[in-house]
Design a protein around this ligand. Structure first.
Ligand code: GCU
Length: 677
């Protein structure tokens, strides 16, 4: 076994005579002229996949042999056949269909561009990987978002901020001379799900990344990525003109500063003509930014946008800003700073907003900026690396978390204004749209640490392609491609995946509790943290437990953060009658004896959730045990051990939290619950 190195591109042999025969019959011949690097890569992928899955080497022909030929390319590469491709699938879309060309039936995989063909090929291979019928085919697909980007929080010394799967895969020391096979496989995996951008360095950026030496290394990576339709981006430090350029200031309105950035952009594009642009974390968590000079986020972003604009690059400017010197509820700060800047950004700026207002907690309400900036493109930022979800030791399939946010209704343009529609730009005439995922990738043999963490990378790509896909379908595809197509394996494991995030919410932070994890590591429980050095890093700041009750009052009697949402959302979450249990303690401070929907008191319900969370991890372990022999023994054993560890840690979370909150509630843990360990 490859122990997971091949990700979902293992191309396992198709079993079953009938299935194999119908595939082989229809794929006997190939017409695939490949004059570009991208088409070549697509062709190589197709041949690798067919050979591995079906022992098949289609013969290359000039003329279609009816019913037995696959035809792949663009209208240009297939000139002789006079193929037409509709404009509606755009630059990156593809068609996979059964059709007649010169009266001969064939399977056609086409796009308007080479990269569209590449996506088409990967999706055709997926049909075979997942054992779908190819007897009738009529698929037309295109991405709903333009920028589908992974953010690596990788440092130049190869440590990875919040990375739990080894060290950075970028070997800066050996670049640009040594091109690790991993870079190629990384790019293949991304292309297979439609990811078309990669920010290779940490948002807490080192100015050195823009030095001549590093730009040569970046160019080497860009050359690999380009083959797979991926553009490279860099996180930049706002003060680079000082650190790298020797200027006295980084004031965005200073002419010398502007010139420094414009020259730097020119230099980058000399090496990398399709360079994607910059990602910027400014004036947050100690990072420099325009506010240091009394300028706004818009001043800062626009200055960089002007430098990149002539080269068609973009600026992804992060809205993750907070500051303990601002005395208001941290929840509110991004909205307070960015909302007034709506419409003030250049056309090639997109504001990158985390899914929730605090920081990738196990459950957060959607960020109030979504829908609140009609004249500014907003890009979704999800976190794939499990900073607050048990690192790479806990099995947490994150697609349900992503979908919960994407399908949340902002009501900003009436009912049905989901976050998904906001980020797709349905209500915005500006053209930039995007989604980004903080990568969970490292040098571990299996890339992501936990075998199931790969599913989060995969699911991110699928949702960035089309944010409205269902987590269940994505899980099923991933399982089929990564493990096998055996129903008796698929159905229990899919169930495990789909429940896993809620389990984790239950044993970590149920009922809207948030930010109660261990200080600085963000691993393990820490609801008692009250001396983190600044108030907004204390757990007590968020849960506000006292002898009366628990929770953060964000109604108009409290911090009034709810006023940042549309009136419908504010009314829904602000009212105890309608606020769902999941968000209760995000918005309300309630007494321990408050009567919940379940009929239990709040205290009993808190206890119930923590115990249910642990119980479900036990059940998950039991379900996995039954699957011995249904997958390779290596991954089976690895997952089994991880689940045992997860159970231990879930129990620690439960006991620590329940016992801690009990010091306030002074109420007993109900009968029937085992004693905390
Ligand atoms: C979190 C995380 C930091 C990270 C920051 C960010 O706060 O703990 O390590 O730098 O998010 O998104 O910028």
């Amino acid at each position: 076994a490859d122990n997971g190195y091949k990700l979902w591109l293992g191309y396992s042999k198709v079993t079953g005579r009938q299935l194999t025969d119908t595939y082989r019959q229809q794929l006997r011949y190939l017409i695939f002229p490949a004059a570009s690097v991208q088409l070549n890569a697509a062709r190589a992928e197709l041949l690798t996949g067919l050979n591995a899955m079906l022992d098949l080497k289609p013969a290359e022909v000039k003329d279609i042999k009816g019913g037995q030929t696959v035809v792949v390319g663009t209208p240009q590469s297939l000139k002789a056949l006079a193929i037409t491709v509709p404009d509606s699938i755009g630059k990156e879309g593809y068609l996979i269909k059964k059709t007649l060309i010169n009266k001969n039936q064939c399977i056609l995989i086409v796009g308007n561009t080479d990269v569209g063909v590449l996506y088409g090929v990967f999706n055709f291979l997926k049909l075979i990987q997942t054992h779908r019928s190819i007897n009738e085919l009529n698929i037309a697909d295109r991405p709903r978002l333009m920028y589908r980007v992974l953010d690596h929080w990788d440092n130049l010394n190869r440590t990875v901020e919040r990375g739990y799967a080894g060290s950075s895969i970028w070997n800066w020391h050996k670049l640009p001379d040594i091109i690790d096979q991993r870079y190629i496989d990384y790019a293949r995996a991304n292309a297979s799900v439609g990811i078309n951008g990669s920010v290779v360095n940490n948002v807490n950026a080192d100015a050195l990344i823009l030095s001549h030496e590093y730009l040569l290394k970046i160019k080497a990576l860009a050359d690999v990525f380009r083959t797979y339709g991926i553009r490279i981006y860099l996180s930049v430090k706002f003060s680079s003109p000082i650190e790298l350029g020797g200027l006295k200031t980084a004031d965005p309105l200073d002419p010398e500063v502007k010139k420094w950035w414009a020259d730097k952009a020119d230099e980058i594009y000399r090496y990398i003509p399709d360079f994607g642009g910059f990602l910027v974390k400014a004036n947050s968590e100690g990072q420099p930014g325009p506010q240091r000079y009394g300028r706004s986020h818009a001043d800062g972003a626009n200055m960089l946008a002007d430098a990149l604009g002539p080269h068609h690059g973009i600026v992804m400017w992060r809205a993750f800003v907070y500051d303990n010197k601002v005395p208001d509820d941290r929840f509110k700060q991004a909205y307070n700073e960015f909302k007034p800047l709506d419409g003030k950004f250049e056309d090639n700026v997109i504001i990158q907003v985390k899914n929730g207002p605090i920081d990738f907690q196990p459950r957060e309400p959607f960020h109030p900026l979504f829908g609140a900036m009609p004249n500014t493109p907003l890009m979704m930022e999800f976190q794939l690396t499990q900073e607050y979800l048990g690192f790479s030791t806990h099995l947490v399939y994150e697609a349900p978390l992503f979908a919960e946010c994407l399908q949340a209704d902002t009501y900003r343009y009436g009912k049905g204004t989901t976050v998904s529609r906001i980020i797709k730009g349905d209500f915005n005439r500006k053209l930039i749209t995007g989604m980004t995922g903080v990568a969970n990738i490292g040098s571990d043999l299996n890339w992501c640490g936990h075998p199931f963490a790969q599913a989060n990378w995969y699911a991110f790509g699928r949702l960035a392609w089309n944010p409205d896909q269902s987590p269940a379908n994505i899980a099923a595809d991933w399982l089929r491609m990564t493990f096998n197509n055996d129903e008796s394996f698929l159905s229990p494991v899919k169930k495990i995946m789909l429940q896993s995030r809620e389990n984790t919410v239950n044993y970590m932070a149920p009922l809207g509790l948030h930010h109660i994890m261990g200080q600085s590591t963000h691993y393990g429980p820490g609801p008692w943290v009250d001396n983190a050095g600044r108030p907004d890093w204390n757990a007590t700041y968020y849960h506000r437990a006292d002898s009366v009750g628990v929770g953060f009052d964000r109604t108009n009697k409290g911090s009034d953060a709810l006023a940042q949402y549309a009136p419908e959302v504010e009314a829904n979450w602000g009212n105890l009658k309608s606020c769902p249990d999941e968000y209760l303690l995000w918005f309300h401070h309630l007494s321990w004896t408050y009567k919940m929907r379940s009929g239990r008191t709040l205290w009993d319900d808190v206890v119930w959730h923590y115990y249910a969370g642990v119980e479900s991890v036990k059940q998950m372990g039991g379900a996995w045990d039954k699957l011995r022999g249904k997958t390779d023994p290596e991954r089976f054993a690895e997952v089994k051990q991880l689940m045992a560890l997860q159970l231990k840690e879930a129990t620690t979370w439960r006991d620590a939290c329940v016992l801690y909150f009990q010091t306030f509630s002074k109420m007993p843990i109900g009968p029937g619950y085992p004693k905390p360990e």
